[in-house]
Design a protein around this ligand. Sequence first.
Ligand code: SAM
Length: 363
Amino acid sequence: MIRHINLDEILNSFHSGEKKVIQQSCIEKNVELTLREKDAIELDVVGILDGGDKASIRGVIPCAWDYYRHYSEAFGAFRNENINVFEIGVSSGSSLKTWASYFKSATLVGIDIDPTCKRFECGPIKVRIGSQDDEEFLQAVANEYLPTIVIDDGSHQAQHIIKSFEILFSLILPGGIYAVEDLAFHFAAQGEEVVPVTHGWGTPVFSYFVRFMAAKAAHVTVLDGAPPELNKIYSEIDQITIAGGLIIVCKKKIAKWEKHIPIFEKQLRERAQFGSDHYSECALRYAEFLLTYNINLPRAIELLKDTLLTRPGYPNIAIYLIFALKASSQDVEAQQIAEENGLKVDDVHLPAVHYPVWMKFPH
Ligand SMILES: C[S@@+](CC[C@H](N)C(=O)[O-])C[C@H]1O[C@@H](n2cnc3c(N)ncnc32)[C@H](O)[C@@H]1O
């Protein structure tokens, strides 16, 4: 049976004899920890007790990867969420058990090629039998349980890791996370150097992910010469982190630009006290934001008209206003403002959000 374990509950349950003094000091120390730190410790402790190799000690197994503290950073925001967490690779079921303890409301979906792993199905733990490189199978599991988190601790073969990633990263929900474990298997000593190698066949896993990482570092918007499917994946990656043998890839969230509006309005009110010039510049920046993300055009028009009155001739106000009026189908007024400011309506475009798209990805 799966039990949700709470560290404080355990500590508080010892209140007798000599242990009381020791426990008391543990509880006091715990008070100084942040919630996140407590979560990380709890995950590691539960992981140590459940066995497996993701915790900070190794027991009888050959290595301790010490992944849980990184996982608690990455997964903390989902801890109480009703999400689906996939783990490719069930084996003895130890990590599934730990995840069932860590995530309070999640469904844990173990994927393994070994049919005997079905025996670990219990409560929130589901197990689906198939290979991690079988697209139809993965698609069917994702149709059943739309994943938010995927952890690949399966075959550790390069071709499988890359194939599963290419299938499942597209399927995880926006804001979700994809983790690939045990990268250490994908390196080898060559003379003085430790270099990426193919464990399995095809592209070395590290080289595959480094391509995304280098492109993110260069802040380019496309992988030059890469197939559209790879560019689609690249465009959905928000962030890639490497932590001791572990790759964590975060998927972009759906941008909710309208959430900025109340903060902009509050800031604008506060900044009004610093004088009309400062206010106008802020209003112009705010209007540009509204136009860029195509939200609340009437408010943008209001701000721009106001700013045009107080700062006539200031760069971009007329351009933005004409653009906003055109976007709101107020063509006659757009034409009038253009004539008054010596501009041609058809020449008016909003400056693109700046990304250094000029930079080609180095191959
Ligand atoms: C390292 S173990 C998983 C350990 C487990 N995640 C834990 O921490 O307790 C790897 C598992 O991957 C499974 N596996 C191997 N090849 C696979 C494949 N092609 N598709 C899915 N699972 C596979 C193996 O059967 C094995 O149970």
